[in-house]
Design a protein around this ligand. Structure first.
Ligand SMILES: [Ca+2]
Length: 121
């Protein structure tokens, strides 16, 4: 159990890793906040299914005006509005004006989980 928790904490801390460069070429002019695997994938590991923006991007094939005008995740902000504001166009819980949890939040969560595990054992 302890090993699983430690591995989960490590994965939590490295979740901000960048997406693969070959998939990021179209997004090179946008903020680093969106250059993550979760730009197109559901999971931060990059594996798993595509999110709504990832599916639209895969269907259209590149950053076209059509793709930019879509609101792939249905959060009322177009994909271009989200990309320009550093929010995720495939995540309805990420939109301009709402702060996304960052590294500090992940680190704090990891410390709390570690404290709870230590307290139990
Ligand atoms: Ca969004």
């Amino acid at each position: 159990m302890k090993k699983i928790v430690i591995m989960a904490l490590i994965l939590l801390l490295i979740a901000n890793a960048s997406a693969r460069p070959e998939y990021m070429k179209d997004f090179k002019n946008f903020s680093d906040k969106v250059k993550k695997c979760t730009l197109c994938h559901v999971q931060s590991s990059g594996y798993g299914g595509l999110n709504p923006f990832g599916r639209d991007y895969a269907k259209i094939g590149s950053l076209t005006p059509e793709l930019m005008q879509l609101d792939s995740d249905g959060d009322r902000f177009s994909n271009i509005e989200e990309l320009l504001n550093g929010t995720m166009p495939g995540d309805k819980d990420s939109y301009p004006g709402k702060k996304a949890p960052g590294y500090t939040t992940s680190l704090l969560l990891a410390i709390i989980i570690l404290y709870l595990v230590k307290r139990k054992s």
